[in-house]
Design a protein around this ligand. Structure first.
Ligand SMILES: Cc1cc2nc3c(=O)[nH]c(=O)nc-3n(C[C@H](O)[C@H](O)[C@H](O)COP(=O)(O)OP(=O)(O)OC[C@H]3O[C@@H](n4cnc5c(N)ncnc54)[C@H](O)[C@@H]3O)c2cc1C
Length: 471
């Protein structure tokens, strides 16, 4: 309880309880620091409440729906398959509740103090946290800022009414008949495909020449093929210009190949990237923290900012805006504060997209490895050569491994296909441990599993795959 306006002393103040902040807080507490974590909203941040977890719960539901509709391939006839989207949303909300409750328990169990309120710096060593009831002032020895990011709002498409950010798109009360998605990055592709599976007529408008442009074309072509199968219109090389909405629908004007066109739908989802929460009331300018021109906090290899006892992690520092990157940086910052020599190394940070089929990548692509001056050998083993994927009726996709010529050192991997999100972990570990193709090929993988595709991809690059003919 705060007495008067005296400052409360803590070792480490963590601002923001997303996957960066709560992980940092737990690690700092494990290392013996007296930790306070503050969040103005729910524990778990965007990831648990408005991002990774709710989107994956809805995507899982969409997969179930589709599987039920197409069960006839297994000789099972399911008639009258319907979606009760209220129940689907209840399922998703239940998942979120379980996960955020779990974070609360973990913080408590690690003796991290939690305070719900908005944090503002007073100076380099003190911050005040406001909520409706109180506004205590804290003096800290160290601070980890993990305030995350929010959707970018474009001037012609202000959020509100029928124009949605990802947050509202995850909370629609019913499956819309139609939806326009501006931005074919991973959030747009995942949510667009999810609604399409539930029956919405989806149109994706993307400025670049393909959706998921960060991934190799041979991967994204499998995703776009599947998207088109469920009737998604993908308009690439297009610029969305304006939107007009009424209480029933929204019309977007866009230009493509020099022509102006328009499309109308129930809703417009705008997913064109995220902006770091480093502006506003937090007071980073007040304490004079160095930032780059895009609003990201500048940090060193431990997450240390220009003020040495203040660290920044997650979506507010440059790099991939992903939950596992935030958590990883959180652990490094907490350890650095405790005097450990931990530093970040992004060589093995995976990127995963939960489209159908899933895409994942870790380390270098073949092109990147060549650009870095490596002599490269690479190869793709198809899912179709694997008994498990065929018996699951998902024979589409491949595992590609990129290795160094001569040594066989694994430099990178890309996977498109069922469970690509899980399979990439083995290849991340391989890169982390400096493993070679031979190490992976000699690891006995259980049969019949999708994991065997990874083993066979290594054998393929070495020139002796068993389940396809080596050319
Ligand atoms: C739809 C969607 C799907 C996603 N899917 C994935 C995925 O599958 N995999 C993946 O890795 N990533 C995914 N992400 C990205 C992921 O959610 C973010 O990268 C991650 O949440 C960033 O973590 P963070 O800890 O940096 O910040 P956040 O999770 O954004 O948390 C920041 C917290 O800080 C709090 N805060 C901000 N300012 C203050 C203040 N002044 N005082 C107190 N508290 C404050 C906020 O309330 C928030 O809780 C997805 C994002 C979205 C939107």
């Amino acid at each position: 309880m705060v007495v008067g306006d005296a400052s409360l002393d803590i070792d480490t103040l963590v601002i923001g309880a997303g996957p960066g902040g709560y992980v940092a807080a737990i690690r700092a507490a494990q290392l013996g620091q007296k930790v306070l974590i503050v969040d103005k909203s729910e524990l778990g941040g965007v990831c648990l409440n408005r991002g990774c977890i709710p989107s994956k719960a809805l995507i899982a539901a969409a997969h179930q729906f589709e599987a039920a509709k197409h069960a006839d391939a297994f000789g099972i006839s399911v008639e009258n398959v319907k979606v009760d989207f209220t129940k689907t949303q209840e399922f998703k909300n239940g998942v979120v509740k379980k996960m955020t409750g779990g974070v609360s328990g973990l913080l408590k169990g690690n003796k991290v103090e939690v305070f719900n309120g908005e944090c503002m710096f007073i100076n380099e060593n003190e911050a005040r946290v406001f909520n409706d009831h109180e506004s205590p002032r804290y003096r800290f020895k160290n601070c980890i800022i993990a305030t995350g990011s929010r959707p970018i709002e474009l001037k012609p498409f202000p959020f509100g009414g029928r124009i949605l950010s990802s947050t509202e798109a995850l909370n629609l009360p019913e499956v819309p008949k139609s939806m326009i998605v501006i931005g074919g990055g991973y959030i747009g592709a995942e949510l667009g495909q999810m609604y399409s599976k539930f029956g919405s007529k989806v149109t994706i408008i993307e400025g670049l020449d393909s959706v998921l442009a960060g991934f190799d074309k041979d991967m994204t072509s499998l995703v776009t093929k599947n998207m088109k199968k469920t009737g998604i219109d993908i308009i690439t090389g297009a610029k969305a210009e304006s939107a007009e909405q009424n209480d029933k629908e929204v019309t977007v004007k866009y230009s493509v190949n020099g022509e102006t066109k328009e499309v109308t739908a129930d809703y417009l989802l705008v997913t064109v990237g995220r902006r770091p929460n480093t502006d506003g009331e937090l007071g980073l300018d007040l304490i004079g923290l160095d930032m780059d021109e895009r609003g990201f906090v500048k940090v060193d290899h431990q997450g240390r900012t220009s003020i040495p006892h203040i660290f920044a992690i997650g979506d507010i520092v440059s790099g991939l805006a992903l939950a596992h990157k935030a958590s990883y940086e959180g652990k490094v910052a907490a350890e650095a504060i405790s005097g450990m020599p931990s530093v970040v190394d992004y060589k093995c940070i995976p990127a995963v997209v939960f489209t159908d089929p899933e895409c994942s990548s870790v380390g270098y692509t073949e092109a990147q490895a060549k650009e870095k001056g490596h002599k490269v050998k690479a190869g793709k083993f198809p899912y179709a050569g694997n008994g498990r994927s065929v018996s699951l009726n998902h024979p589409e996709g491949f595992v590609k491994i990129v290795a160094e010529e001569g040594t066989g050192l694994i430099l990178g991997a890309q996977i498109v296909g069922l469970e690509a999100s899980n399979l990439i972990a083995e290849l991340g570990l391989a890169i982390e441990m400096g493993a070679t193709l031979e190490d992976v090929a000699l690891t006995i993988h259980a049969h019949p599993t999708l994991g065997e595709i990874v083993m066979e991809a290594a054998e393929l690059v070495m020139g002796h795959p068993i389940h396809i003919i080596a050319r």
